[in-house]
Write a protein that binds this ligand. Sequence first.
Ligand code: ATP
Length: 365
Amino acid sequence: MPEERTVLLSLKGLRKTFDTQEAVSGIDLDVYAGEFLTLLGPSGCGKTTTLRIIAGLEMPTAGTVHLDGQDITHLAPERRQVNTVFQNYALFPHMNVYKNIAYGLTMRGAPKAEIQEKVEVMLDLVQLTGYEKRMPSQLSGGQRQRVAIARSLVLSPKLLLLDEPLGALDLQLRRNMQQELKRMQQRLGITFIYITHDQEEALTMSDRIALMREGRFVQLDTPKGLYEQPQTAFAASFIGATNLITATAQAVKDDEVLLDIAGFDVPCFDSDWITPGETLLLSLRAERLHLSCEPVNTACWVRGDLVESHYAGGERSSTIRVPDGQLLRARATTEGEREPTLGSAVYCWWNKDVGVLVRDDREGA
Ligand code: ATP
């Protein structure tokens, strides 16, 4: 997170209804200057609509958009200092790389020398120096997308909106481009609002992630906050592999709640919304759940039967059935492992601080 916390973009009470469909259902958001903020969420949750409202391509049904303190809610897209990069490169096919990047500056009537200087800086930034004369059809997907990004960045927007910019690239290229894009963003200090479906991309690139569902923010947090301290079952299960274990709160004492999980007494850190007797969900990441054939000397454990075990190279995933029938999933390194025996009794244990009690907001809950 950048040290300077100047608010660049502010959304207040943003709503958008298409006919009867509410795509955005009341969003409040402050984005800081220099921040990399990601909108993450399932298909149709309102990410693109939110981005299009910020870009001025869509008018909100209610609410306001402020950029640098100025109300831009009704300002035309080209008059906002905001640029957008879409998934489908959208380069001019009849212009070479140089002209594509120079296009916006040319349209603004910038002097030739200035255009040349800025385009060269951009070519260097996106590592395409020497490709000036190539036509878009002579570039790979990754190179085309880098030209598209350069074309937006050359105009020095205050804010760059990126809608699944790496979505069309294969996995390896995508991972490389993620690092490049992050480096560019940090070097230029431009604020990015980024859309992705890819949770790993969101976790590795963002300063903060806004997790969306049905037009609303479910949780707005740092990647670590979202992964380690999800507030709801939806947030816990959308990112990473997690167990959502049904438990009953037996007693609350000081900062601890004693849970009953399948007949085992298990302590957990308390949350202020819990009342004794309540049925709860404990979110426990699969890689934080450890297995042992012997009894364990730790506070948090349950016993069950190993019902499935899959070797997958560096990791093994295991499924354990506990006495009330719930299935727990564990993932562990295979380094130095003892070959597990299906059907055998295993102790599943974890450190108290990795289990998080979450609200049950699953479908139908
Ligand atoms: P995806 O990840 O699939 O791109 P998204 O999160 O970006 O999805 P949006 O494109 O913002 O979602 O769409 C949100 C909801 O609004 C969807 O139900 C969609 O069908 C609806 N919607 C979006 N644009 C329009 C439109 N122009 N007319 C009618 N409905 C629309």
